[in-house]
Design a protein around this ligand. Structure first.
Ligand code: AMP
Ligand code: ZN
Length: 112
């Protein structure tokens, strides 16, 4: 999608701090980190959110990439949280499906 910021970041049209990339997926640093490690994993192809008929293989590859990001960032042993927001009530602000990888400290116990 031409006016989508995450399409541009994931497809090298805008420079960003890439943590991991392959032919299907890109992971880059969140611009407003909420934890010492805060990386966003996105499919290179545009989907609005997790409910936008994302192919199963793409869903799997995004989560596999999230686990790789945790290893690259050195938080795989102590633990991390994966979050995906869908829609307004969940606080989704960028409408290109993404998974947040959060860690590097003890995170709050609650889901909200
Ligand atoms: P969400 O609220 O789940 O849609 O998450 C959107 C995330 O994208 C937020 O954590 C923002 O800080 C992050 N974000 C927005 N614009 C950029 C950008 N240009 N580069 C990196 N992260 C961004
Ligand atoms: Zn997009």
């Amino acid at each position: 999608m031409s006016d989508c910021i995450f399409c541009k970041l994931a497809n090298d049209e805008i420079e960003t701090k890439v943590v991991y990339a392959d032919e299907l997926v890109c992971a880059f640093e969140d611009a407003n980190p909420q934890a010492p490690v805060h990386v966003l994993v996105v499919p290179k192809k545009h989907y609005q959110d997790i409910a936008d008929e994302v192919p199963s293989e793409t869903i799997a590859r995004v989560f596999e990439a999230a686990n790789k990001v945790a290893k690259i960032k050195g938080i795989d042993q102590k633990g991390y949280r994966l979050i995906t927001n869908k829609g307004a009530d969940a606080g989704q602000s960028v409408f290109h499906w993404h998974v947040h990888v959060l860690g590097g400290k003890t995170l709050g116990e609650g889901l909200i």
